[in-house]
Write a protein that binds this ligand. Structure first.
Ligand SMILES: Cc1cc2nc3c(=O)[nH]c(=O)nc-3n(C[C@H](O)[C@H](O)[C@H](O)COP(=O)(O)OP(=O)(O)OC[C@H]3O[C@@H](n4cnc5c(N)ncnc54)[C@H](O)[C@@H]3O)c2cc1C
Length: 435
């Protein structure tokens, strides 16, 4: 089957949805997601969204981001991120995003390596609220069609120009002829044995980029979150104990009951310190304690974490939480410019699958939802400006996939992405991955 649209967006996380919303209303947009619309890492985000508090805070926000990223960041991208943060937070509030407030003033919290409180949040389920807000809005737009449970197999590549995508829906292939494709396919956590990510996040965008010779960057930079809930014998995603717990005073203790690290240092430093204690005492976890805070405060500030732990038999108002590090975020990805353009003509990449360079070697807490907003809007602006001048060619010899071939492609994609990650970093060994 053949279908024509102006823009094909693969991904229903913050970046895919916000990109769709910022495209001109006269463009015919198809937005697909591999699973249900809300099966995204966006939906899982707890802590919040970082933003400059005011114009005066921009230099300090930039410096904190660079410092956490070990100065491997792209300065131009970091500047854009900080300078455009306030207007994008305003935009999502204008379309109905509820942020925590006190006496009508936004509440800002603090997370590791931020020098001041500058994270906006909706209790401890910010991602769910962002996703629901954006999904509601997208559904109001008649120019945007949504296909769930639809898999992007490959691009339609005509002489290294992107002219659409091959998708698989309800067991059938549809060739989507589009002037632009936006990859918003999220991270790579599903490739790892231990990850906080949705298991479906298997770096499909990276596999597509590898198949089409699209430039990749910084694949060696993979972030491990220091505090995922430790559970014996679990094969599902690891539940995150947000950095905000430490931001609000939570302390880490080793198995001897001793503190061993400043809890607000960058994630890689805290993760390494925890691995050190785990190795030293030959135990599978360390303890994160917030129980000394007022019970009502904990239940109200961290309802998701409180409820999840309670279901697992841990009352965080009375006892510490067993935690250990898990893969969490991918700083590398498809190399893009300041408008999210990739090395392939008419192909854009946004969100976690892209590498804008804002995170350098290590992401500053709560910068990724912000990156998704800022750079997907920039992608939309660039697309709006140029789409009228793009002409499609007649696509010939498009590969035909059977159902069985799509299943094989998924396996092959996992394999080639893991291979490429290992090729880029000696630290990544077989035991970390789930084959
Ligand atoms: C537990 C957890 C907590 C987090 N907390 C925070 C936080 O507090 N603040 C913060 O800034 N960041 C946080 N992050 C990181 C942040 O949530 C993600 O980086 C961000 O939401 C990624 O958004 P995205 O749009 O790139 O992709 P996602 O939201 O992951 O969505 C990816 C989309 O791509 C689709 N897709 C993938 N492959 C295909 C394919 N082949 N075909 C079709 N569709 C495909 C999926 O179906 C999905 O719709 C957290 C992450 C996790 C896991």
């Amino acid at each position: 089957m053949e279908m024509n649209v102006d823009v094909l967006i693969a991904g229903s996380g913050v970046s895919g949805l916000y990109c769709a919303l910022n495209l001109n209303k006269n463009l015919n947009v198809l937005l697909i997601s591999k699973s249900k619309l809300t099966d995204t890492n966006t939906y899982l985000a707890q802590g919040g969204i970082a933003t400059a508090r005011s114009k005066d805070d921009i230099p300090s926000f930039i410096e904190d981001t660079l410092k956490a990223g070990k100065y491997k960041n792209k300065l131009e991208s970091v500047k854009v991120l900080a300078e455009e943060s306030i207007e994008n937070i305003d935009n999502i509030m204008n379309i109905g995003m509820n942020l925590d407030k006190s006496e009508n003033k936004i509440l800002y919290t603090r997370e590791g390596a931020h020098s001041i409180n500058r994270i906006v949040h909706s209790k401890d389920h910010t991602g769910e609220i962002v996703a629901d807000t954006l999904i509601n809005e997208v559904k109001k737009h008649k120019n945007i069609t949504i296909y769930e449970d639809t898999y992007l197999c490959d691009l339609i590549n005509i002489n290294n120009k992107c002219e659409g995508g091959i998708i698989f829906k309800d067991g059938k292939q549809i060739n989507i002829h589009s002037k632009v494709v936006v990859l918003a396919t999220g991270g790579i956590g599903g490739l790892f044995k231990n990850s906080t990510n949705q298991r479906i996040m298997t770096g499909d965008g990276i596999a597509i980029a590898l198949r089409n010779n699209v430039k990749l960057e910084n694949l060696q930079y993979i972030q491990f979150h220091p505090t995922a809930l430790y559970e014996k014998n679990t094969d599902s995603k690891r539940f995150l104990i947000s950095e905000a717990v430490r931001g609000e005073g939570g302390l880490l203790f080793n198995s001897k009951g001793e503190r061993f690290v400043n809890e607000l240092l960058p994630r890689d430093v805290v993760s390494k310190a925890i691995y050190g204690e785990i190795k030293k005492f030959k135990v599978p976890y360390v303890n994160l304690d917030i129980s000394f805070k007022d019970k009502d405060y904990i239940e109200n500030r961290f309802p998701s974490i409180y409820n999840h732990c309670f279901e697992k038999g841990i009352n965080i108002t009375k006892e510490p939480i067993p935690v250990s590090p898990a893969q969490h975020y991918f700083m590398g990805g498809i190399s893009v410019d300041l408008y999210s353009k990739t090395s392939m003509e008419n192909l854009y990449a946004v969100g976690e699958i892209s590498c804008t360079g804002v995170h350098g070697a290590n992401r500053l807490a709560s910068n990724s939802l912000l990156e998704g907003l800022v750079f997907s809007r920039r992608a939309a602006i660039s697309i709006n400006n140029k789409i009228d001048n793009i002409k499609l060619h007649k696509a010939e010899n498009i590969k035909i996939f059977t159902k069985c071939e799509v299943e094989n492609l998924k396996k092959e994609n996992r394999k080639i992405v893991i291979q490429e990650l290992k090729r880029r970093s000696e630290d990544l060994h077989d035991e970390l991955f789930k084959y």
